[in-house]
Design a protein around this ligand. Structure first.
Ligand code: AMP
Ligand code: ZN
Length: 313
């Protein structure tokens, strides 16, 4: 049997921070942590208000064919989580049950399905822009539960985490200016939350020896910048990534701006990592967090919630 974590009997989930699941890189969260995530969501929303982004909701899985088409399978095979489903019949399943009970393999009748786990929120957006002629630049705002098959389980390096992304479609020069503006804006915002930052050019973990070349090119063209903060003692991690994709997505899906070429950039916030950095810096008591992030206290006992069924004059 798998070792599931056992909670101390009667220990409340309310007020909890992070909760181990027994699976490396997989963490659940108690109510205090979730209220901090809510505070971050609102704060990022205010920070992005000038961009007037269009919100876009996405599922935590994505078309396998889409990621194949976009080159993700070639470049990050090590990170991709693939959904398999049972394709046997009832009789074959009954053969498998004894194997399952004996702790033996039960997956040989499973096949790769048409979906994979979402590795970054913005992949969902681009197919919806196909063949669009944008009259003016546009910004989209998406949050996805993402999966990456991380091999190390240090604090802040999860396999499942929430990524908030702003994606801009703009002319080549202006989309870079927007991206650069966000490096400063994100760094200033984190600083205002009491988190000292470092800003560095970065690269994605492209796989293998061909991947090393791609990383080098990405760095030399400064296509990716990361804003990092301390999330635990002596451990700095990127909490915001600011990327320029040039025409990677616009060429593939044929979307354009003002009759000319469109490029895209995205700014990605790792919500759990930012929350961990806030807790590391300010502690678990919401009263010591920056006011910007504190949970709405809601109505107090002295101010009862009005009963909707009682009509008042
Ligand atoms: P990336 O696409 O790798 O630039 O990731 C975008 C953002 O997601 C990063 O800046 C991090 O804040 C966050 N992130 C990436 N990988 C992880 C992970 N394994 N665990 C938690 N957050 C992550
Ligand atoms: Zn993105």
């Amino acid at each position: 049997m798998a070792d599931f974590p056992t909670r101390t009997a009667g220990a409340p989930l309310a007020g909890g921070l992070t909760l181990e699941t027994g699976v490396p890189g997989l963490v659940a969260y108690g109510s205090t942590f979730e209220s901090l995530i809510d505070g971050l969501r609102h704060s990022i929303g205010r920070l992005a208000a000038d961009d007037a982004p269009t919100r876009f909701g996405v599922p935590p899985v994505i078309s396998r064919a889409l990621l194949e088409r976009l080159g993700y399978v070639e470049t990050f095979p090590q990170l991709l989580g693939v959904v398999h489903t049972y394709e046997g019949d009832d009789r074959q399943w009954r053969e498998l049950v004894p194997a399952l009970r004996r702790g033996e393999s039960w997956t040989h009748r499973h096949e790769v399905s048409d979906v994979v786990l979402l590795p970054a929120a913005c992949y969902h957006l681009y197919p919806h822009l196909a063949e669009t002629e944008f009259a003016e630049p546009a910004v989209f705002d998406l949050t996805g539960h993402c999966y990456r098959h991380e091999r190390t389980a240090e604090v802040g390096r999860m396999r499942s985490f929430r990524m908030r992304e702003l994606v801009r479609i703009d002319a080549p020069a202006s989309v870079l200016d927007w991206r650069d503006g966000w490096i400063e804006r994100a760094a200033g915002w984190l600083g205002s939350l009491g988190l000292p930052v470092t800003i560095e050019p970065a690269s994605d973990p492209f796989f293998g020896s061909a991947g090393r070349l791609m990383s080098t090119m990405q760095r030399s063209e400064q296509l990716k910048w990361e804003v990092a903060v301390e999330v635990a003692d002596g451990l700095d991690q990127a909490v915001v990534s600011c990327n320029c994709h040039k025409n990677h997505f616009s060429a593939e899906f044929g979307f354009r701006l003002g009759g000319g070429e469109a490029h895209t950039s995205c700014v990605a916030f790792g919500l759990e990592r930012i929350a961990l950095a806030i807790l590391h810096r300010h502690g678990p008591d919401p009263r010591s967090w920056p006011a910007e992030l504190r949970p709405d206290p809601g109505p107090t006992r002295e101010e009862p919630i009005p009963d909707a069924n009682v009509s008042r004059t």
